[in-house]
Write a protein that binds this ligand. Structure first.
Ligand code: NAD
Length: 471
């Protein structure tokens, strides 16, 4: 990663480019763009060998125009204040785009998570949470973290438990964090949500007749040749849903290397191979690419960077061959690279839209925690009863009987996961429609990234106009 990469500045460059196309008061735009609060702190952690290590942490709350603020926590050795500010800003715009009622936030802990034992990670997570509690940087109505790079349901459970232990009977305490295990107040479908949302976003763009004509490729996901960088939570699930949707996975990469096969991979078999051999490389029948980052230059229809920021830069952008760059990660394309891709006629599906499935389902989890009831619990049986009566009436009128399979398909009521996936699909489809409409309104000057930013800016500006500024 280049040392001169200033992520926050990159996000603001994209913001400024879009903001210049709007008619909002520049002072209002400044307020929308500014990062409101950053809490930087250090704390000691006792390692398993008894030694004490100082760990550095951050939480940035970019915008308080809606509360609580929301955004993941990243465990990474290269995380910095600049990075969490940038990611918190992206969260503000992302939430506005998918109409999740939050301001943006992001947290970071500067550790290489794989170098710590489970017990050490638990102590770090609990102490990090405690530091947030001390400064009111966490709470169901204040700031609600979620998983991000290097964290998952396990860490979210520790955060929930630490907060609950310290909140003395606060009824809504579990809503202090999302992405929890289902048994600890999490929601079915959250783990897959970001990758599933990436799939829905790609499916939407691929079904747009005009855009596909411009790119000179056929409509639909089926048969599209896809390369995925990073097989973590987001990359793995995006790849899985794309594969299920009929796409051909022609390239896959992890930090240790990249492999390609024009005939396509079986994702599960590749994951098994990596688990057994400790590396993606040397997969039977595949070609090892020289460097892991060569995945970005692979001949394919859709490139899905799903690892980290600052991957497609001005140095490799001229060699990107994909027709569509689908930004599953946050900030994978630098502002300079973005200009190059657009000039080359490559369509970029921006991160602010494409990976918003995670926060969308986190929103559903937060609502579930506040309402203290699982989605579908009240109506599932009722729906099934009604469907059974309809099926029986149809059978009586037609004098024919449905097969057992048909009957069970027709009469199934919606459970939690069905409702979550349906809400996610609706959200991603509506947001795409809205971004596309904006793009069409602005014409040539706005690509999808600018259109997504304009949508976000308009919504946040409206919020400030309605509410005014305190005092
Ligand atoms: P993760 O830690 O689960 O997975 C990241 C994967 O990328 C890991 O397997 C890692 O080994 C791999 N990787 C790291 N460097 C690489 C490289 N140079 N080349 C190839 N692979 C590399 O993290 P995640 O949650 O999947 O997050 C990935 C990206 O998606 C981040 O940018 C994150 O901010 C963004 N994101 C995550 C979520 C979420 O719900 N988890 C939501 C929105 C956005």
């Amino acid at each position: 990663m280049s040392k001169n990469f200033h992520f926050y500045e990159q996000v603001n460059r994209s913001f400024d480019r879009a903001a210049a196309l709007t008619k909002h008061d520049p002072r209002m735009l400044n307020q929308i763009r500014e990062c409101n609060s950053v809490y930087r702190f250090s704390f000691p952690v006792k390692r398993d060998d008894g030694s004490i290590e100082v760990v550095h942490g951050w939480r940035a709350e970019h915008s308080h125009h809606k509360l609580p603020t929301k955004g993941g926590i990243r465990y990474s050795y290269v995380v910095s204040e600049d990075e969490v500010k940038a990611l918190s800003a992206l969260m503000t715009y992302k939430c506005a785009i998918v109409e999740a009622p939050f301001g943006g936030a992001k947290g970071g802990v500067k550790i290489a998570a794989h170098e710590y034992s489970n017990g050490e990670l638990e102590r770090i997570t609990r102490r990090y949470t405690y530091e947030l509690i001390k400064k009111n940087f966490i709470g169901p109505g204040l700031d609600v973290p979620a998983p991000d790079y290097g964290t998952g349901a396990k860490e979210m459970a520790w955060i929930a438990d630490t907060y609950t232990s310290m909140s003395k009977g606060e009824l809504n305490a579990l809503a202090c964090v999302t992405g929890k295990p289902v048994a600890q107040g999490g929601i079915r479908g959250r783990e897959q949500a970001t990758g599933r949302g990436v799939f829905f976003g790609i499916r939407e763009v691929c079904s747009d007749e005009e855009l596909m004509k411009q790119l000179g490729i056929s409509q639909g996901v089926e048969g599209k040749r896809v390369a995925v960088q990073g097989l973590g939570n987001v990359g793995y699930h995006a790849a899985k849903f794309l594969e299920e949707g009929g796409a051909v996975l022609v390239g896959l990469s992890e930090y240790e290397g990249a492999i390609s096969n024009p005939d396509g991979f079986d994702l599960e078999a590749v994951v098994r191979h990596r688990k057994d051999s400790g590396s993606l490389l040397d997969y039977p029948g595949a070609r090892n690419l020289e460097r892991s980052s060569d995945i970005l230059e692979l001949d394919c229809d859709i490139l899905v960077p799903a690892a980290l920021e600052n991957q497609i830069t001005k140095d490799n952008a001229p060699r990107v061959q994909a027709k569509i760059v689908a930004e599953a990660a946050n900030g994978p394309t630098t502002a300079n690279a973005d200009e190059i891709l657009v000039e080359k006629g490559i369509l970029v599906l921006p991160d602010t839209y494409l990976n918003a499935g995670g926060v969308t389902v986190s929103y559903f989890e937060w609502v579930k925690n506040l309402s203290h009831v699982r989605f579908g619990r009240m109506q599932k049986r009722f729906e099934e009863g009604a469907f059974n009566r309809i099926v029986a009436a149809v059978e009586a009128r037609t004098g024919t009987e449905f097969t057992t399979e048909e009957r069970s398909l027709l009469t199934r009521g919606a459970g939690e996961e069905d409702l979550v996936n349906s809400g996610l699909e609706e959200t991603m489809a509506l947001a795409f429609e809205s971004i596309r409409r904006t793009q069409q309104t602005y014409g040539e000057v706005a690509d999808l990234r600018a259109a997504a930013f304009i949508n976000a800016i308009d919504k946040i500006a409206l919020c400030y106009e309605d509410l005014g500024f305190f005092p």
